[in-house]
Design a protein around this ligand. Sequence first.
Ligand code: B12
Ligand code: SF4
Length: 625
Amino acid sequence: MEVWLVQPPIGGTTVDLTPPLGVLQLAASVERAGHTAHVVDLNLRAKTGGLDPTKNLRTQFVQQLPKRSSAIDVIGITTWSYNFAVTMEFVEAIKKKHPRVPIVLGGPHVTFVDRDVLETFEDVDLVLRDEGDVTFPRLVEALKAKSRPDDLAAIPGLTWRHGGQVVKNPSGPVVDDLDGLPLPAYGLIDAREYLACQPTLVVEAGRGCPYNCNFCSTSNMFQRKYRVKSAARLVDELEWVMKLTGRNRYELLHDNLVANKEYVKGLCREIRRRNIDVAWSCTSRTDNLTEEVAEEMFLAGCVSIFFGVETLDEQRQKWTGKRLKPPLVEEAVAITARQHITPSLGIILGFPDETQDELDRTVEAAVRWTSDPATKAEVSTAVLRFYPGADLFGKADELRYDEAASTDVAAVPGYVLRAEWRAKTRLFPLHAIHTPTDETRRNITRRNFVRTLLKACPQTFRAALTLLGWKPHALLERMAARPLRFLEDPRKETIWNDSIQALGAVLEAARDEQPGPAALALELLQCEVPFWRTTPLVGPLERLEHVIAPKRFAHDELLAHAQGRRAAPPSTVEGTSLLAVRIGPECIVWFTPEPDALLAAFAKSLATDRAGTVAFANALRRGLT
Ligand code: B12
Ligand code: SF4
């Protein structure tokens, strides 16, 4: 059988572009069963210019598959809630072109809305829930044997139509022996296309998290059963992909790898025993990590650990069912940083009845972690959403279509949910939301601000809180009073530029009330985002741009003062200017008494050796910050 497996676009930027592992894993199982697998990654196409969002998407979707129906025996599509609307556009277009080819949906979205899907969309033939490694090849065999009802009825996790009814077969066991899985079909993609966008590849370490937080769907998807590949198998797989692609930076996928500390220690020992030069990251709960494990992880090449922290408010931790203790969260962040591993932390904004106080607590911690030179954390910020499979989805009847929420999840830039699908909030839950319109806009606005400032200018963000004495909610409210374009046009550039300019405007306005602190914060902003007055983030530039601004304070003292490490205000400096130059997306900052001469030298050098000049200037920049 010719089996076509499709990964629809998932939105986000090219930095989020990793090989579609679920689809590659299924492709390998299908091939092992003797069929021919093909992979179409529409996510890759969308992010690398292979799909033009201004032209008819459906026509372009059809062009990604063979013209003749005889070349396709079955189409399997992975589904996420984030992009289910675009996925259904694809399904409809393909069904029209190839009406006799069965379309099977699987993955984390349809696993929990299987009946709704089959009752609503006649173009979907079958939904295969849960993990598809064992069941999908069985389904392909059943389709080959002309879909006899007895065969279909025997496939665990299948939801199908029979005699005018939707039938839901019971779920089967999860895949216990992950070592028995074939290696993912990396040969069906060109890893270089992904690596051109970001440096990390993915290897699945295992599945299943034993906890059950109310906003998370994975615990139900993988039935809360913690499973891992044996250390030997996982490292074999890692070495295999490394050899195949020549890359040594990996995410070891598992929702909560460190839940089994002994396993992780064994894994680290195996990596060291084989003396592999690999840099890897993984996920842990903050209360699962210990100093001893973190040290082993560092020695085995771990460079980053992701922790879903969600909130620093103890009551809210209880509400989510996650029950992390804020002091232990701080401890895990400190341990990770001490072991020279980057803490990567996820926070959530927009909980029901969120108080200013709880928002402040979480954002203050996030600002501290990202701006603290000893921690250098990365923080990702999300708005609370109800995902199918999560306990919160039990309240799905509270969801209402919301334009801002819908625009926020455009899986392809500019995609607008069809009017007739807007009432189907269980099927398209991310185009809908549980909060009233004003609150939704406020939460998305806050999320955009926090996400941007933590990445672009954490020192200025911190200075606005510590030096001007604003609480996060108060700062964010002041910023939100400005005209913002990003709710209607949520491209990265718009979000970034709007947020930074809003912060700059608020700090400038504060000069009347608090001239001293505002001047300090504005100087930090000038250092972190020199082009904030014009366009902080731009696409590739053809020409050199520059900014020269007076430099008034000793930089190290200014930073230490804003971070609370120095009580006295920074001393002032005379005759030094800040020179920032930008060519392409690169932006380089110098402090110099002779900005004009340095600028001229830079321009001359750039004209003769562009790459060398940018590399040199970047090395200087790293020395400065
Ligand atoms: C890697 C990953 C990503 C990567 C990209 C992955 C990619 N495909 O390109 C990145 C980092 C970009 C990402 C981002 C996000 N992610 Co993510 N991500 C994951 C993660 C950790 C692993 C996915 C994976 O490869 N798993 C391993 C493979 C083997 O499993 P699988 O894909 O589920 O496939 C199996 C089954 O689902 C099934 N199956 C899958 N497809 C099909 C198709 C058919 C036909 C069949 C029969 C079966 C089947 O069989 C497969 C083999 O058993 C999962 C969590 C998890 N543990 O799965 C979350 C997960 C997929 N992400 C999720 C979310 C919410 C997000 C974000 C929205 C997070 C956020 N708040 O910003 C963003 C959204 C993207 C964006 N717009 O930026 C949710 C999705 C929930 C949902 N219902 O849609 C998950 C499930 C995590 C969770 N806690 O709930 N993510
Ligand atoms: S949020 Fe993390 S700890 Fe909670 S159930 Fe999901 S994966 Fe497990």
